[in-house]
Design a protein around this ligand. Structure first.
Ligand code: S3P
Length: 201
């Protein structure tokens, strides 16, 4: 028999530029949780930037380190985790996150992602002559994995604060926390994009 899910932590997954780290920091502050970013953990442990890891060791090594970080996260409690965009593509990583977290995917369309990551130079996978095409291709390859999250939150047409409120609301609902300290979410507008918020069956 499958043991009941535990929601000791909250994990954010989603494509680059969907706001996982910014939203995660805000939600962690509201919950009084620790905030952890898997890219930063890897950088701290290796002493190298993600770009340098890709360049000097290759993507497979980075993916192996992501897998190891997931193992370490299973011991944690009271943490909001922002994951690298490719982390949940390895099925075992997503399964690992679900052993201790509510997994929420932040969603955005390719054009919004392009706008948000526009001038950034620290993402090796987007160092492509045709960034737009690269985002579209990667996103369509990954979409089925992102959809395996417990909850999808559309970030289109929402401010970062509104996304954070929505994420907090979903987490508190599964934890059945008293809503006394929860911000009012009734003002959160309905989804403006193609993927509505929903809890996976
Ligand atoms: C990656 C996303 C990045 C980082 C690495 C690879 C990906 O993290 O882990 O550059 O494969 O989508 P962010 O999603 O935080 O940008």
């Amino acid at each position: 028999m499958t043991p009941p899910r535990q929601f000791r932590n909250l994990s954010l997954i989603g494509f680059m530029g969907t706001g996982k780290s910014s939203v995660g920091r805000v939600v962690a502050g509201l919950l009084g949780f620790e905030f952890l970013d898997t890219d930063q953990e890897i950088e701290g442990l290796s002493g190298k930037s993600v770009s340098a890891i890709f360049e000097q060791h290759g993507e497979p090594t980075f993916r192996e380190w992501e897998r190891q970080i997931c193992g370490m996260l299973e011991e944690k409690s009271g943490v909001v985790i922002a994951t690298g965009g490719g982390l949940p593509i390895q099925e075992q990583n997503l399964e690992s996150l679900k052993r201790h977290s509510l997994v929420i995917c932040l969603w955005a369309t390719p054009s919004t992602i392009l706008e948000r990551v526009g001038g950034h130079l620290h993402r090796p996978l987007l160092m492509d002559a045709n960034r737009d095409e690269k985002i579209r291709t990667l996103l369509s390859q990954r979409e089925s994995h992102y959809r395996k999250a417990d909850v999808l939150v559309n970030t289109e047409m929402r401010s970062m604060t509104e996304v954070a409120q929505q994420v907090l609301h979903q987490f508190q609902a599964v934890r059945k926390l008293p809503p006394a300290d929860a911000p009012d979410t009734t003002s959160v507008p309905a989804s403006g994009g193609p993927i509505p918020d929903r809890i996976q069956k």
